[in-house]
Ligand binder design. Structure first.
Ligand code: DNO
Length: 373
């Protein structure tokens, strides 16, 4: 039967004699920020070969279990736009878990309930991070490139100049803003926490949620630190290949894997991304492809997805992921804001669509197959 792109799925599957299910493939998808996202959900389905979407219930406070009804409602919104919700980005990890606070078990239980409900609803990939206090950090969300497009950027000297006694505003994807008093209290609780101790806290979390994910048919995908170095002296455990190996070593379960994010990891000059992609492909459950231009140590801005625009060679990364046998959801991460578009920084429709079409072309050239076949 023709699908909504007008192609015939049965033809694509072309099950010959003796062949079983079609081989697992890369699922090209997009992130949607929910009903408050200026990008209309249905727009993604007009991008060739996109049938699924990545989203999250960002309105639920971190630490509260997600209700089955709220999950079903978001699924319905996606289905009404012709898209299946396949990946959650993210289910936030409550700070009590990262602080090893006495109440952490309660929050771990709540996390497990959310995983069970997502699995029961058929949403099977969950991205999360284990960064202390903050989600991704930039010092400029409106950095102008010579062609007039706007991107996010990070400069260590600008970060060092931030006056924390004035608190921090809520940045895109952060669950909250921070007053100076809140920041002071949090930093005090992290004082002296080494990366080793923080990894032990991560292991504590993994040992409890991964068996639940496995039982629920959910694959957990931890996201690297963004940027991949220490901020404000806080511990950081997902910066490098060695870090990722240590995170993965916390559990051998197939439910415990990575979000392989080239923009996060590639902000470091010492990251060999193709080697990492090849090495971790089998444990990678979700891929973010993003390109950055490094201006110096701990100093970069984002660029478009094409080879040569920045320091991340997404052609080599795609080749390495394919060689490593990666199959699963992959999305273009952080595009530029172009053609006058306004929206969540990094998450406009236009440049991410250009990026995804480029990535599909790279994929098709490498595999001699069609991304949509
Ligand atoms: C930013 C994103 C991050 C990411 C989370 C994963 O654009 O890559 O906010 O979604 O860190 O938990």
């Amino acid at each position: 039967m023709p699908d909504r792109h007008g192609t015939d799925a049965a033809q694509g599957a072309a099950a010959g004699p003796g062949s079983a299910a079609p081989a697992p493939r890369i699922e090209f998808t997009f992130r949607w920020w929910g009903p408050q996202d200026p990008v209309p959900l249905a727009a993604f389905g007009q991008v060739p070969n996109v049938d699924t979407v990545v989203t999250s219930l960002g309105e639920v406070p971190v630490g509260e279990p997600w209700s089955a009804a709220a999950i079903a409602e978001r699924q319905d919104v996606c289905a009404a736009a012709g898209l299946e919700w396949t990946v959650v980005e993210s289910v936030g990890v409550h700070e009590a878990i990262k602080l090893a606070a006495p109440e952490r078990d309660r929050y771990i239980d709540a996390y497990a309930v959310t995983l069970e409900r997502l699995g029961a609803a058929g949403v099977r990939t969950v991205c999360y991070n284990f960064m202390p206090v903050f989600d991704w950090m930039r010092t400029d969300f409106d950095y102008r490139l010579p062609d007039g497009s706007r991107v996010t950027s990070y400069s260590q000297s600008d970060l060092d100049a931030i006056d924390l006694s004035r608190g921090l505003p809520r940045l895109p994807a952060w669950p909250q803003a921070y007053t100076a008093a809140e920041l002071g209290a949090l930093f005090e609780r992290y004082a002296g926490v080494s990366d080793e101790e923080f990894l032990a806290r991560y292991r504590y979390f993994v040992e409890r949620v991964v068996p639940v994910a496995e039982g629920a048919g959910v694959r957990l995908a931890v996201h690297p630190d963004d940027p991949p170095w220490r901020l404000f002296g806080l511990p950081r455990i997902a910066k490098t290949a060695a870090d990722l190996a240590a995170l993965l070593a916390c559990s051998d379960s197939p439910a415990h894997g990575l979000t392989f994010c080239t923009g996060s990891l590639g902000a470091r000059g010492d990251a060999d991304l193709p080697a990492m992609a090849r090495r971790f492909a089998g444990r990678t459950h979700f891929v973010h492809l993003r390109n950055v231009r490094r201006r110096g140590p701990r100093d970069f801005h984002e660029v478009d997805h094409t080879r040569g625009a920045g320091d991340v060679d997404l052609v080599e990364v795609m080749a390495a992921l394919l060689e490593g046998g990666f199959a699963g959801p992959l999305r273009p991460d952080h595009g530029r804001m172009i053609w006058g578009e306004e929206g969540v920084p990094g998450y406009g429709l236009y440049d991410r669509s250009l990026g995804l079409m480029y990535l599909q072309g790279v994929h098709d050239a490498l595999t001699r197959e069609g991304a949509g076949s």
